[in-house]
Design a protein around this ligand. Structure first.
Ligand SMILES: Cc1cc2nc3c(=O)[nH]c(=O)nc-3n(C[C@H](O)[C@H](O)[C@H](O)COP(=O)(O)O)c2cc1C
Length: 169
C-alpha cells in the first residue's frame, strides 16, 4: 500500500470485531513505531501492549469511561521515557521533544495498521495517574497515548477537514 493511500484510509475506529490481533502483527506495528523520527535520534519512548481484560477495563476507567476501549482486542500504551528525554535535552526534551517523538511513533503505528486491515483510535483523554497506577509504571514513564486497536466492525466516514487554503499562513 502506498503511504498516501494509508494516510487517506486511516480513520478513528471505536468499534471492533472480537477477532484477536496476532502477536507478530503487533510486533510489526511496534517496528513501525520505532522507525519514527526523534529529536537527536534519542528515541525517548516505551510501549506496552495490553491484552488482559482486567487491565483494559482499568485503562477504560482511567480514560473517563470511554466504554468501547476494553472491547478492543489490544491496547498499545505509548509512553515517554522522561529520564532519557531529560538526559539528552533537559527541559525542552521533557516538555516538547518527547511529546513530538511519541506522537510521530503513534501516527506510524496507525498508518502501518491500516496496511494490515487494522484500525484504532488515538486516545488522549485519560488520567495519567490512573494509567500509571493500573500499569504499575515507574515515575520516569509518562503515558501519553492509549491506542486501542483491532479489526473494525465498521469504518466511519471521514469527518470534515479544514481546507489547505484556509490553514495556509
Ligand atoms: C491528541 C489526540 C487525542 C484524541 N483523544 C481522543 C479521545 O480521548 N477519545 C476519542 O474517542 N478520540 C480521540 N481522538 C481522535 C479524534 O477524535 C479524531 O482523530 C478526530 O475526530 C478526527 O477523526 P479521524 O481520526 O477519523 O480523522 C484523539 C486524537 C488526537 C490526535
Amino acid at each position: 500500500m502506498q503511504a498516501s493511500e494509508a494516510i487517506k484510509k486511516r480513520r478513528s475506529v471505536r468499534d471492533f470485531k472480537p477477532e484477536a490481533v496476532e502477536d507478530d502483527t503487533l510486533m510489526e506495528l511496534l517496528e513501525a513505531a520505532v522507525n519514527a523520527p526523534t529529536a537527536g535520534n534519542v528515541q525517548p519512548w516505551k510501549f506496552a501492549v495490553v491484552k488482559e481484560d482486567n487491565i483494559k477495563q482499568e485503562l477504560e476507567k482511567a480514560a473517563l469511561y470511554q466504554s468501547w476501549i476494553s472491547r478492543a482486542p489490544a491496547v498499545i500504551v505509548v509512553m515517554a521515557d522522561l529520564n532519557r528525554a531529560a538526559a539528552a535535552y533537559g527541559r525542552r526534551g521533557v516538555e516538547l521533544y518527547c511529546i513530538q517523538d511519541t506522537a510521530a511513533a503513534t501516527q506510524n503505528i496507525l498508518l502501518a495498521a491500516v496496511e494490515k486491515g487494522l484500525y484504532g483510535c488515538w486516545i488522549g483523554a485519560f488520567s495519567e495517574k490512573g494509567v500509571s497506577k493500573c500499569m504499575d509504571l515507574p515515575s520516569e514513564l509518562r503515558p501519553l497515548v492509549l491506542l486501542p486497536l483491532g479489526y473494525p466492525a465498521a469504518i466511519p466516514s471521514p469527518p470534515p477537514r479544514r481546507q489547505v487554503e484556509e490553514v495556509l499562513f
